[in-house]
Design a protein around this ligand. Sequence first.
Ligand code: ADP
Ligand code: MG
Length: 695
Amino acid sequence: MRPDVLNPYFASITELAGIGPKLARPFNRLLDRPDGARVLDLLLHLPSSAIDRRARPTIAEALPDTVVTLEVTVDQHRPTPRGSRAPYRVHVHDETGDLTLAFFNADRGRMERLLPVGEVRWVSGTITLYDGMRQMTHPDRVVDAAGLAKLPPVEPLYPLVEGLGHGHVRRAVDAALTIARELPEWQDRLPAGSPGFRAALQAVHHPAVPEAAGPDGAAWRRLAYDELLAGQLALALVRSRAVRSTGRSSVGDGRIAARIEAALPFTLTGSQREALAAIRADLASENRMLRLLQGDVGSGKTVVALLAAASVVEAGRQAALMAPTEILARQHLKTIAPIAAAAGLRVALLTGREKGRVREELLAGLRNGEVDLVVGTHALFQEGVAFGDLALAIVDEQHRFGVHQRLALAAKGEAVDVLVMTATPIPRTLVLTYFGDMDSSELREKPAGRKPITTATISSERLHEVVERLGHALREGRRAYWICPLVDESESSDLAAAEARFADLRQHFGSRVGLVHGKMKGAEKDAAMAAFASGETRLLVATTVVEVGVDVPEASIMVIEHAERFGLAQLHQLRGRVGRGEEASTCLLVYRPPLGPIAEQRLRALRESEDGFFLAEQDLKLRGEGDVLGTRQSGFPGFRVARLERHGDLLEAARADAKAVVQEDPDLLGPRGRALRLLLHLFERDVAVKLLDAG
Ligand code: ADP
Ligand code: MG
């Protein structure tokens, strides 16, 4: 499968000179390849920074706390006295002054060989002032004239793990560079003079100036572009095959949609209409729809989804709406059911909880086309679920699902159109990265009558004040959410924290306090939510299960504990649970001091803006590509070289490039196409290569 020219890149690192099985272990850890790192992993392990050894001042000129390389004459050794913990000292000088070299735990014999009295040596390291004397503690390098000729002017530093030093990594990378050969060029849009793939690796690991080892240097940018192009090309190939393989058009006559609109207690916003027009055009076309519907919390995506479903039902076909959680699926059904009933749209619910007879009847209804729209969870794409004629799959809050689930649902019918709704807006760069050339509709306009939410931050040291104010509000008949601390990654301790807070608030406010969390049984969750929605409970203590979808318009206060631990998008999403009704709403972000600088900026951004599109961009800036999408859970491939916050500008170019390639050479058979296959292998987008070979 893999072309032979790539063999050196995919060889085990244990084949490199100097790396035996023992040293391979920390390298496997460093490179996050428990099953054995390959030469390519090592080459793509790029420097974190670089030391500049080009400064060659005299001792008198040398600036403290910067790296300098000094030519000195050795005067005298002062070995550590017995029983003392003082360092071994070596006095040296040049014509401008004196310097002490200090070494801890030094061996006398070794020191005398390294720094023979009376001889000239070059020492490189950082000078500090110690008791008014210039001192260099543990020079990084001590070399003679021959060594100096070989001393690199700039030395890369690497991210490390225990058991490895920079020297180990540098030597291993050098060994890797000696076996890695240059590859046929797959890029044809690089600026003139850009290095080839291997040359770029060489340059970034042997920088001529410190900047050349960094993400803004030409070498790194080339590699980042390579990686982005590989990703975009893979997505474009998948998409071109998906679109090519279809040809069904669903044209509705608008009869159900008109009844739905008539049943709505509001009129659609301009953005909602625009999005619908785009979706209807997609549904009517012979090509398969792959569209993203982006909108801020509360922008009204659900009704757009419902009207999209109506279109295919009018055409005599079926639609499915998949939600990430059971609460959310039920919530959707509850919102949709009365409107659907008024419009003559037959809806049903399918989650893991529907069992036995109910489930059998439901499945039969799906098969024989009696159900027009089914709302559910991942239970929808399990085996045994079959549709009469599924035309549209709507996936809500996509980032909780993997690409696989999305495809699995689409596979339940012939040429199923796919509409993906995101929970909150996703920055454009991430949309491109993970969804590629998917079409996108944005609901930028908020429904009329939304009141702004007042957002404030408050230290947890003043929690008693929060509780006191909450007491007033509850007595006035208001309703509030209290989101419990994210204690750590483990769900059980989060749960414990929620239960403790619940007990505590119950003491204050009695039976008006409810609790809902992810570990509850479905029926218990429903009961807790229903009690809050009806006003039986007025304060709902919750873990982040309420994050998505819950719609209780009477709730007007949101308290979030340990706000500093949540991501920006998540906080915004949580805050969006209030501000949905008549009352002015408040969001209190309770943080535990001291607040770190990034957390501080995050909370400030929330205080200053309610615009999800703006906050999404801020989030990306603050976190880097990080986990904006929760990439790990969703099985999105991460990046090794590209940093979206630095290389976002390259993404557009890579996308256009990939699109052009797929148009001109869809099977990658031309000379550039062949070279691009290598690129797909190098960045492990070979799923796309398999697709090519399968035809
Ligand atoms: P989200 O985009 O977060 O999924 P929802 O679809 O849950 O938003 O809508 C939030 C609330 O706004 C719902 O109560 C819904 O009925 C209401 N809504 C939707 N569209 C409009 C509109 N055009 N005018 C007024 N309210 C609307
Ligand atoms: Mg929603």
